[in-house]
Design a protein around this ligand. Structure first.
Ligand code: MN
Length: 193
């Protein structure tokens, strides 16, 4: 097994009541595990076998791309949460959000809106270009900003499996609550110029 599923850095109930332990069990324990298992099966004995996952995401297509990207996206999503984390960005990221969106609240509103209006399954992203400019991106299915030569820094999963057990069809409520468990120190550390 080349690609391993990392253990989450918090207990299954640590994100309650925003994300329940049952959702963690299904979403990370079953959905994410399946993407990693499929990825390992699909790369076996191919030229992709020894590539970093980020390069597979950029260079592959079809089932391999879908499973590679979903494997990466879920680790990126789950590792940005920590209920005791930093509640607002600081430094260069805070300055850039203010410059481009006017305020953190306005950025959050636009980000939630992008997620709520994404049709079907996918991910809403905050990413930056090589000059540090920020962009909110709506990506369908397994999409990832690495494919657009952008650096991903924040993502909310808007596949129904991310929220249906806890919020049923209330996707907008789920998106709004995620800020409560987001650790902005992780997001800041991903913002590279
Ligand atoms: Mn998911």
């Amino acid at each position: 097994m080349k690609f391993q599923q990392p253990r989450l850095p918090y207990a299954p109930d640590a994100l309650e009541p925003v994300i329940s332990p049952v959702t963690i069990d299904f979403h990370y324990g079953k959905h994410e595990k399946a993407y990693i298992d499929n990825l390992n099966r699909l790369v076996k004995d191919t030229p992709y076998e020894d590539m970093p996952l980020e390069r597979i995401i950029v260079e592959s297509d079809g089932a391999l791309f879908n499973n590679a990207s979903q494997a990466w996206n879920h680790i990126f999503y789950f590792f940005q949460f920590n209920p005791g984390g930093l509640k607002a960005p600081g430094g260069k990221l805070a300055e850039k959000i203010e410059e481009q969106f006017g305020s953190l609240e306005e950025f959050q509103k636009q980000f939630e809106e992008a997620g709520a209006t994404l049709f079907g399954s996918g991910w809403v992203w905050l990413a930056n270009d090589n000059e540090g400019n920020l962009e909110i991106i709506k990506g369908s299915n397994a999409d990832n900003p690495l494919r657009l030569n952008l650096n991903p820094i924040l993502t909310f999963d808007v596949w129904e499996h991310a929220y249906y057990l806890d919020y049923q069809n209330r996707r907008a409520d789920y998106l709004h609550r995620l800020w409560d468990i987001l650790d902005w120190s992780v997001i800041e550390s991903r913002y590279t110029l």
